[in-house]
Design a protein around this ligand. Structure first.
Ligand code: SF4
Length: 413
C-alpha cells in the first residue's frame, strides 16, 4: 500500500459554528462514519475532533470538528481557546449555521477567516425544515462567499458541499505534487517509449512526454527516450534494468512484450491519471468496460483542441479497440477543450485523455460530475490497458490502484 499522506500534506478543513447546528452530523455525512459524538443536547463535542480521510476527489484532508465557540463558563472558555487554535491550522474554513441562525457570531468567524486570508464556505444545515434568510444568502453572494444548503441527517446537499470544498481549496492542495519522481529515485533510470508515427507532431515531443522528462530531471533520475522498435535493444544494452518503463499507450502491447517481467511498466496517460485526476476512480471506471453493451453511448473527452488526424487515438483507435472488446457497435461522442456536456447520465462510460493541458481542479470537477451523474469515468491509458488485457501490468507501479482492481475483480466474481 502507498503510505498515507503525512498530516502536514493534508488540506486542513476547520468546521466552525454554534453548538448544535449539526457540525458533527455534517462531518459524519461527509465521511459516512461516526467520528464525533452526535447528540440532541447542545455542546456535546468537547474537544476539536480530528478526522484524517481521503475526500474524493480532493485527496487527503484533515477535518477538524470544533466545539461551539459561543460557549460560556469555565469549560466553555477552554473550548473557546481550543477552537481558536483551530483557526491557526485551518486551510479552508466551513461555517455551519441553521437556516434562521445567522448573527454576529457567524459574521465574527467569517471576519476571522477573512483576516487570515483563509477561504470560507457557509453551510446552511437543517434546510429540510426551513429555508435560509434570502437577505443573508444575497449578502454572502455579494461578498463572494460560496453557500451550500444541506440536511446532514438525510444526506441532502452533501455532494454540493464536496464540490464547494473542491472549488474553494487552495491551489497548492489541488496540484498533485508528483508526476513520476516518486517512482524513479535519484540515480535510477526510466526508459520512455515515444512512437514517432503520423500522430507525432513534427520536430518536437508532446507535453506529457516533456513533463515526465522534466520531472525525472528534477528528481536527479536518469532518462532514456526510445521509439518502440528500439526498446528491446536499448534494454539489452543497459547494465542495470531500469526502474520504470513508460510508454505511449498506443504501443502498450509491444512494450509489454519487450519489457522483462521484473521491470515495472506503465503509460504516460496513466501517470497523468494520478497527476491530474483521480487514479482510483478512473481504475474503477476502466472496469466498467465489461458492462458496455452494443448500442451504448460513450463520451470521449480531450482537454485540448488539437486537430484530429487519420489514425487519431480518441476518434479511431480507442473506438476500434472498444468495439472489438464489446463485440458490437457503440455510439461515440467527442468533446474537446473546456466543453463537457450536461447530459452525462446519457452515457455509459466517459473516457478522458491525460488532461495535460488542464489544471487538476478542472479534471477533478469532471470526475466529481461523473460520480454525481452515476457514470464511470476512466482515461485513455487505463481503458487501453484494460481492453488489451494488460491492466495489472500497467498498474504495478501503483499498489493502491492494483489493490483496488483486485478487490473489485473479486467482488465481480
Ligand atoms: S490535453 Fe489531452 S489530448 Fe491534449 S495533449 Fe494533453 S493529454 Fe493529449
Amino acid at each position: 500500500m502507498i503510505a498515507a499522506a503525512p498530516k502536514g500534506m493534508r488540506l486542513h478543513i476547520g468546521i466552525f459554528g454554534r453548538r448544535n447546528v449539526g457540525k458533527s452530523s455534517l462531518l459524519n455525512a461527509i465521511t459516512r462514519q461516526n467520528v464525533s459524538i452526535v447528540s440532541e443536547h447542545a455542546g456535546t463535542t468537547t474537544d476539536p475532533v480530528e478526522k484524517p480521510m481521503e475526500l474524493l476527489p480532493l485527496g487527503p484532508v484533515l477535518f477538524i470538528d470544533t466545539a461551539g465557540i459561543d460557549d460560556i463558563g469555565a469549560l466553555g472558555e477552554l473550548r473557546v481557546r481550543k477552537t481558536r487554535q483551530v483557526f491557526d491550522r485551518t486551510d479552508l474554513g466551513v461555517v455551519v449555521t441553521e437556516p434562521s441562525g445567522w448573527g454576529e457570531f457567524e459574521d465574527r468567524i467569517l471576519a476571522e477567516l477573512a483576516e487570515r486570508k483563509i477561504p470560507a464556505i457557509v453551510v446552511f444545515n437543517k434546510t429540510d425544515t426551513r429555508r435560509p434568510d434570502e437577505a443573508i444568502v444575497s449578502r454572502l453572494a455579494a461578498d463572494k462567499i460560496p453557500t451550500v444548503q444541506t440536511a446532514a441527517v438525510s444526506g441532502t446537499g452533501i455532494v454540493d458541499l464536496r464540490q464547494a470544498l473542491l472549488d474553494a481549496a487552495p491551489a497548492e492542495f489541488i496540484n498533485s505534487p508528483t508526476l513520476v519522481a516518486d517512482l524513479v529515485g535519484p540515480g535510477e533510470m526510466a526508459v520512455l517509449v515515444v512512437p514517432i508515427d503520423k500522430e507525432a507532431p513534427r520536430g518536437r515531443l508532446i507535453l506529457p512526454q516533456v513533463q515526465v522528462i522534466r520531472d525525472l530531471l528534477d528528481g536527479d533520475a536518469f532518462c532514456m527516450v526510445v521509439k518502440e522498435r528500439e526498446l528491446r535493444a536499448a534494454l539489452d544494452r543497459l547494465g542495470t534494468p531500469p526502474k520504470l518503463v513508460v510508454t505511449d499507450s498506443q504501443a502498450f502491447l509491444k512494450v509489454a512484450a519487450d519489457t522483462p517481467p521484473n521491470v515495472r511498466m506503465t503509460s504516460f496517460s496513466i501517470l497523468f491519471s494520478r497527476f491530474k485526476g483521480d487514479l482510483l476512480a478512473q481504475v474503477e471506471g476502466a472496469m466498467a468496460v465489461d458492462s458496455l453493451r452494443a448500442g451504448d453511448r460513450v463520451l470521449v473527452a480531450e482537454a485540448c483542441s488539437h486537430h484530429p488526424i487519420a489514425e487519431d487515438i480518441g476518434r479511431v483507435k480507442i473506438p476500434r479497440w472498444l468495439t472489438q472488446y464489446v463485440g458490437g457497435k457503440l455510439h461515440f461522442t467527442h468533446v474537446q477543450g473546456h466543453d463537457f456536456p450536461d447530459d452525462l447520465p446519457e452515457y455509459k462510460l466517459v473516457i478522458h485523455c491525460g488532461a495535460c493541458m488542464s489544471n487538476r481542479r478542472e479534471m477533478l470537477t469532471r470526475v466529481m460530475r461523473c460520480r454525481q451523474a452515476g457514470v464511470p469515468i476512466t482515461n485513455y491509458g487505463l481503458v487501453i490497458a484494460y481492453s488489451l488485457g494488460i491492466f495489472e501490468r500497467a498498474l504495478e507501479p501503483f499498489p493502491a490502484a492494483l489493490d483496488l482492481y483486485e478487490a473489485l475483480k473479486h467482488r465481480k466474481k
